[in-house]
Design a protein around this ligand. Structure first.
Ligand code: AP5
Length: 208
C-alpha cells in the first residue's frame, strides 16, 4: 500500500498516520519529522532547513525531493509507505510521479484531510508532543497524562505567527496538488472535524 496524507497544518496528518501505518504494516515517512531530526543533529541539510521551518516557510524543493526519493528506495519501504507532508508543491508531486513510474510502482490513494482555517490556529498552538515516544497531544483536546505532562514540548513553528505563514503556504503552494491527484482518480476527501477516532473511521471507509 502506498498512501499520501495531505491537509493544512494541524489537520491531523500525524495523528491519523499512526493508526494507518499499524493497519497496513507500512512505513511512516513524515518530511516534517525527517527535517526536524536533521535540524537536531545539526547536519548540513538541517542547517539549511531550520531557517525556513522556523518562519513557517517551505524548505526548497531541491532539498526535500532528493531526501524523499532516496528514502523511499530503502528496504523498509518495499511493502509500502505513508507519505505525511510530502508532496507539498506541484514540482514535488511531479518528481514523485516520475520516480514511482520509473520503479513501476503506483500510488493507491491520496487522502485529503479537510479542516477550515478558523480551526487551525487553536490546534497548532495547543499541540504538545512527547520527545521520548513522539506521541502527539493537545492541551485541551487530548491532554497528556500526568506522568508525561512534565516532559512534553512545543514545536518552534507552532506559534500563531508561523501558523499563519504555514496556512498561507498551504493555500498557495500545496492546494494546487489536489487537482493533480484528482485528475488521476486517486484523491479521497475526508472531513477532518470531529474526534480523531471519528476522522480515522472516515479514512478507513474511503480506503476500503
Ligand atoms: P510538518 O511537520 O509536515 O507540519 P504541517 O504539515 O504543518 O503539519 P503538522 O505536523 O503541523 O500537522 P498535522 O496535520 O500532522 O497535525 P497533528 O496530527 O500534529 O512540516 C513542518 C515544516 O517542515 C513545514 O512548515 C516546512 O517548513 C517543512 N516541510 C515539511 N515537509 C516539507 C515539504 N514536503 N516541502 C517543503 N518543506 C517541508 O495535529 C495537530 C494538533 O491537533 C495536535 O495537537 C492534535 O492532538 C490535534 N488534533 C489532531 N486531530 C484532531 C481532531 N480530529 N480534533 C481535535 N484536535 C485534533
Amino acid at each position: 500500500m502506498r498512501l499520501i496524507l495531505v491537509g493544512p497544518p494541524g489537520a491531523g496528518k500525524g495523528t491519523q498516520a499512526a493508526g494507518l501505518v499499524d493497519r497496513y504494516g507500512i512505513t511512516h515517512l513524515s518530511t516534517g519529522d525527517m527535517l526536524r531530526a536533521a535540524v537536531k543533529e545539526g547536519t548540513e541539510l538541517g542547517k539549511q532547513a531550520d531557517e525556513f521551518m522556523k518562519k513557517g516557510h517551505l524548505v526548497p524543493d531541491e532539498v526535500v525531493i532528493g531526501m524523499v526519493l532516496e528514502r523511499i528506495q530503502k528496504d523498509d519501504c518495499a511493502k509500502g509507505f505513508l507519505l505525511d507532508g510530502f508532496p507539498r508543491t506541484r514540482p514535488q508531486a511531479e518528481a514523485l510521479d516520475v520516480a514511482l513510474a520509473d520503479a513501476g510502482a503506483d500510488l493507491d490513494a491520496v487522502v485529503l484531510i479537510e479542516v477550515a482555517d478558523e480551526l487551525i490556529e487553536e490546534r497548532i498552538t495547543g499541540r504538545r508532543s512527547d520527545p521520548d515516544t513522539g506521541e502527539i497531544y493537545h492541551i485541551s483536546f487530548n491532554p497528556p497524562p500526568a506522568d508525561v505532562a512534565d516532559r512534553v514540548v512545543q514545536r518552534k513553528d507552532d506559534t500563531a505567527e508561523a501558523c499563519r505563514a504555514r496556512l498561507d503556504k498551504y493555500h498557495s503552494e500545496t492546494a494546487p496538488i489536489v487537482p493533480f491527484y484528482e485528475a488521476k482518480g486517486i484523491l479521497k476527501r475526508v472531513d477532518g472535524v470531529g474526534s480523531p477516532s471519528e476522522v480515522g473511521e472516515r479514512i478507513a471507509t474511503v480506503l476500503a
